[in-house]
Write a protein that binds this ligand. Structure first.
Ligand SMILES: [Zn+2]
Length: 221
């Protein structure tokens, strides 16, 4: 786990992340979490991409086995149960995690378009477990309660290397797509997050968050 300021990512790290994503990794400012083998699992991305696009998802889960395991949790319908935990101390901790997320991201510049918008549904909803697990891995246990729980429930662990078991080259099929499409309406401060999902014997499919606007455009940083 690592939080800002980061060491500049090594070329070998960028190469591995690009392999995981199946396309060149862009605007990566640091490696926020790693597998026990040293491979990146979470990258931190500049909140304004080089092409000017605002990018709120500062902690992005890149590891194919991890994203697949978290996709399984989402597909199993775990998000409502996790959201139901957002009361009392858990809700307070989740809001604090949101604030820490924003503070971490602010090390790399203020981007007015995404002011106050973090990721994953924080501070009061659960909308993308990939973003929340990414934050939990970066921040370490005890910061993001929903991310911690989702990670614990998933079949993936940063302590067990599954790098070789997760061929990543099939994970993403839109190498030239734009990065994100931010949505700025007050009632829907969500952004389009695109997470690769691996299936055993079919090309990867793209899940687009939020699910109520399933436009299959966009890709990760
Ligand atoms: Zn590994």
């Amino acid at each position: 786990m690592t939080r800002p300021p980061f060491e500049a990512p090594a070329e070998s790290d960028i190469a591995e992340v690009s392999r995981q994503l199946g396309r060149p990794a862009r605007d990566v400012v640091g490696i926020a979490a790693r597998c026990v083998c040293g491979a990146p699992t979470v990258v931190s991305t500049r909140p304004r991409l080089a092409d000017g696009t605002p990018f709120p998802t500062f902690y992005y889960l890149t590891h194919p086995a991890a994203t697949a395991a978290v996709s399984t949790l989402e597909a199993e319908g775990r998000m409502p149960a996790l959201a139901a935990l957002l009361e009392g101390d858990v809700a307070s901790a989740y809001r604090a995690a949101h604030e820490q997320y924003l503070a971490d991201r602010a090390h790399y510049g203020d981007v007015p378009e995404i002011d106050g918008i973090s990721a994953g549904g924080m501070p009061d909803r659960v909308k993308c477990l990939h973003a929340l697990v990414g934050h939990a891995l970066a921040a370490g246990p005890g910061v993001n309660p929903i991310g911690d729980l989702a990670l614990a429930e998933s079949s993936w662990s940063p302590d067990v290397c599954q790098c070789a078991a997760a061929p990543a080259d099939e994970a993403v099929e839109t190498p030239d797509a734009p990065a994100v499409i931010p949505v700025e309406t007050p009632d829907a401060p969500a952004v389009m997050l695109v997470e690769p999902v691996e299936t055993p014997d079919a090309p990867a499919v793209m899940l687009v968050e939020p699910v109520e606007t399933p436009t299959p455009s966009g890709a990760a940083p």
